[in-house]
Structure formats: structure tokens, C-alpha cells
Design a protein around this ligand. Structure first.
Ligand SMILES: C[S@@+](CC[C@H](N)C(=O)[O-])C[C@H]1O[C@@H](n2cnc3c(N)ncnc32)[C@H](O)[C@@H]1O
Length: 276
């Protein structure tokens, strides 16, 4: 098979996929498998692919046609400029979540050697990014899922950062001490909306998505006990689902957080709330 034929195959198989551009995606997969940049794919339509590459390409396209997320098939997701290992054990880190990291970097500037707790670490991408971006920070990332923690440690091994530690905890269950910042991108999808999620998202772990009846269970549970684990004038920072700002703000106010700020994403949606 030559590159042109592979692209044709991908275009045909993915033509009914709703959330992708079949040609662009086929080119991207080939460039990933060949470890060459996109321009190579564009200017070498008659390049003969090795049998193994043709086979891998075909398998990936067929799984994509069946709705598996590309990040799981390639076992990689880019977050904040770095590549993280991902597979079906964890939520794929979204670029939207970089807003959360940016907010924490901003708040951390004013704190000497900040101690940070992430609840619901998933792939570990946020904790590891904070560890690499914030000088002198100490980060603990926790998750309830043993499988997610395995992925966190694969990524920690890749980025070798002794300031970051991962361990198992159901919310605060195994947490002791006090932190300068507690951060979470919790499961926040309303249970009744889970059924209507995009086919690809349904491949992601349910316990990374299900936020209870109104989507707010984790915000309530994390906020309720946060002051027990925060230092004086410390910060709690969350990613929000679209439209959740007002509700989460009210939960924070009802739990004695008085200073509240937010950050919008590029579409103008409030994506991050912080409070102290
Ligand atoms: C939306 S995902 C976020 C993953 C990652 N932080 C990210 O932003 O890509 C939520 C994470 O919370 C974890 N989680 C769910 N319930 C939990 C609990 N009770 N205690 C700790 N973590 C929990 C899930 O396993 C999942 O990894």
C-alpha cells in the first residue's frame, strides 16, 4: 500500500464519522506511525508503506470507524505542550483543561513553595504539568481508581519529577496535612446526559464522567470538607462544565468561601472557578 491508497482507505472508512475530518485524520495517523511530519505525507503520495505500518494503519482506521478515541489507539495525548501516555483506564486530558492549569500557575506565583493537592488525577497530566511548571511546588495527586494510578505512574516515570506523588484516595480519605491549593477537574456530567454523550466519549471511564443527578455531587463533596485540608487563605480551584458556574459559586458561598474568581475559555464559557 502507498500513502495515497492509505489516505483513500481512511477517507472511505471514516466518511460517516461525525466528529472528524477523515482525510486530515488519516494523514495524521500515518505521520504518527511513520514518525514523519505531515509535509512528508503530503509530498510523497507514492511512498510504499512497510507491511507492518499498513497493517497498523488499517487496524487503527477500523477501530476509529467503530468509534474508539484516537488518543487511546495511538496511546498518546498532548497536554500543555507535552505528550502523555493514555489508554482506556483514564479520561483523555482535554485542551480546555489547560485553562485550569493556567489559573493555578497564576495563583501559585504568589506562594512560596506551594503545596498542591489534585483530587481525581486521571492520567496525571495536570499534576505532572504543575510539577514541571511551578518551581519548588510539591504536588500530591490522588484518584479512587487503581487503574488511573497505574497510568499516572507511567507518566511520572516518563517525566521523572520527584516533586509529584500519586496515591489512592476516595476524595480526602487518605489525605492528611494542609495545602496551599486544592485543584480538581471532577466528574461533572449530569447522569441523565450520559446516554447522549458523543460515541467516543462513552469509551472513557464512567467514573471520570458521572457527576450524579445534577452533575454537582463532586463539587458539593469536595467543597464541604475543603477547609479541613486548606491552609489559611489558600485556594480551591475547579474546572466547570458549561453552565455550572452559578451553582458551584453558591455552594462555595454557603461553605464560607468569600473570595471567588473565574476564568473563561476561548468561547467565552466560564470553565474555571477559584475561591478562597
Ligand atoms: C474528569 S476525570 C479528570 C482526570 C484528569 N484530572 C484530567 O483532567 O484529565 C475525574 C477523575 O476523578 C476520579 N474520581 C472519581 N471519583 C473519585 C473519588 N471519589 N475520589 C477520587 N477520585 C475520583 C476518576 O477516576 C477520574 O480519574
Amino acid at each position: 500500500m502507498v500513502i495515497r491508497e492509505a489516505i483513500e482507505f481512511g477517507k472511505d472508512k471514516l466518511k460517516d464519522s461525525l466528529y472528524t475530518d477523515p482525510i486530515k485524520e488519516s494523514r495524521f495517523i500515518l505521520s504518527f506511525l511513520l514518525n514523519k511530519d505531515l509535509s512528508f505525507i503530503l509530498i510523497n503520495p507514492d511512498y510504499e508503506l512497510e507491511e507492518k505500518i499498513s497493517e497498523d494503519f488499517t487496524n487503527i482506521i477500523i477501530k476509529r470507524q467503530a468509534g474508539q478515541p484516537l488518543a487511546y489507539l495511538l496511546k498518546t495525548a498532548n497536554f500543555y505542550g507535552r505528550d502523555f501516555y493514555v489508554d482506556q483506564r483514564v479520561l483523555i486530558p482535554r485542551w480546555d483543561t489547560e485553562n485550569l492549569v493556567e489559573q493555578v500557575l497564576d495563583l501559585a506565583k504568589t506562594i512560596e513553595s506551594p503545596e498542591i493537592l489534585e483530587i481525581g488525577a486521571g492520567s496525571g497530566a495536570i499534576s505532572i504539568t504543575m510539577g514541571l511548571e511551578i518551581p519548588e511546588a510539591k504536588i500530591n495527586g490522588v484518584d479512587i481508581s487503581d487503574e488511573a494510578l497505574e497510568v499516572c505512574n507511567i507518566n511520572l516515570e516518563r517525566y521523572k519529577n520527584s516533586k509529584v506523588k500519586f496515591f489512592k484516595s476516595n476524595l480526602y480519605e487518605n489525605i492528611s496535612g494542609h495545602y496551599d491549593i486544592i485543584i480538581s477537574n471532577p466528574p461533572y456530567i449530569k447522569r441523565s446526559d450520559l446516554e447522549d454523550l458523543q460515541r467516543e466519549v462513552k469509551n472513557e471511564p464512567l467514573n471520570a464522567l458521572d457527576g450524579g443527578e445534577d452533575g454537582l455531587d463532586f463539587y458539593r463533596d469536595i467543597i464541604k470538607f475543603a477547609k479541613d485540608y486548606l491552609k489559611e487563605s489558600a485556594y480551591l480551584v475547579f474546572e466547570l462544565g458549561a453552565g455550572q458556574y452559578k451553582d458551584v459559586k453558591n455552594i462555595l458561598l454557603a461553605n464560607n468561601f468569600s473570595t471567588i474568581g473565574y476564568k473563561k475559555d476561548l468561547q467565552g464559557i466560564i470553565r474555571v472557578i477559584w475561591a478562597s
